[in-house]
Design a protein around this ligand. Sequence first.
Ligand code: H57
Length: 425
Amino acid sequence: MNTREERVKWFIDDRFGLFIHWGLYSIPAKGEWIRSNEHLSIEDYQPFFEEFNPIYYNPREWAKTAKAAGQKYVVLTAKHHDGFCLFDSQLTDYKATNTPANRDLIKEYVEAFREEGLKVGLYYSIIDWYHTDFPKFGDRIHPMRGHKAFKDEKTNFSQYISYFHGQVKELLTNYGEIDILWFDFSYDDMTGEKWEATKLVEMIRSIQPNILIDNRLGGNIMLSEPEIYAGDFYSPEQIIPVSGIVNQSNNPIPWEACITLNDHWGYHSKDLNYKSPMQVIRTLVECVSKSGNLLLNVGPNAKGEIPEQSLDILKEVGKWMKQNGTSIYGCKASHLPKPEWGRYTQRGKYLYAHVFDRGIGPIYFQGLKGKIKKARLLADGSELKVEVPWMAEQYSDIQNGAFINIQSASLPDELDTVIELELVD
Ligand code: H57
């Protein structure tokens, strides 16, 4: 079996992915937790199953959007907590094939993104609010939590486990090579071996030895020798780690922050609190500057369209990525401390200065005196001069630094101006 280090190589290079939350919940349009938030029963939710008819579902378009944004991989909710399956599972009737959509939507998705050259991932919710044998009473997130009708209900949990494992097997068998399996999520004592995770991961790896698995089955990825099911990467949600992630032996752990564009994962028609393209770009840069990835989410609507606002943001990000992607792909944290004007990313002898705050004078590079062979504006490749400004020599605190003046450079925008510094060997 190959090692985690080998498996995660592409993932660490690619850095930027698209997360897609899509399912029945796009119809009520209040986010993917609506069943839990509003305590909806299966019957309350049933109309959405009967109405699900995404006439504009075109994963080819989604794939083109992602590619144009500079995203290299994608993860789609094959099944979210509501238990509805976008794929044609033989183990349930609660699937897209039995809705007006009337087909396997995962099959089209996998093929479309593959053809556009992206790596393809599947999100699978461990939690299942539809399956009869998933415990209701005592589960504090279940839509029917505390409902007295379920107080004495006996669920056959092992039936759920075989359903869960069986569906994962279907997903890994019927759609060719899958690059990421994104489980969500374990909590309290519902974790690890409760899901028979060792057995599950052995099965997964026997079918797809190269697949990456997130860390949400449970276990502790921070251990020097983590459990087999502790995952390939750490997955902070709606937060960027303060510094990079290292394990107990102080070795860096691959990580991927998943972040929404507004304040919901699934489509929400009233949530217009979108991040700006600048925020998204700087978030991506922040992740890479700490050796992490960004999985950026969109929530397509009931017709299968990515919201206009999200498309606009992705377009802007794509423009920036086209000019500056070199400072993202294959890059990681620099050993240099965070500069006060922005952040560094680095790939070998290439150091990328992400200037968020241009200020008024030249940009100062602490510790790089005599270490810069060439400097260029990454956006257009134009050469920049490394020079010592008038009077600067007198200041003792800048003796080992270098200066580059970009005040007069013609810059496309102020999202994040990137200077490529080729360092001397
Ligand atoms: O799919 C998206 C995201 C990727 N993960 C899902 C969300 O629907 C879960 C998001 N929420 C996680 C969360 C935040 C606070 C606690 C859970 C009982 C156990 C945990 C809680 C309650 Fe809460």
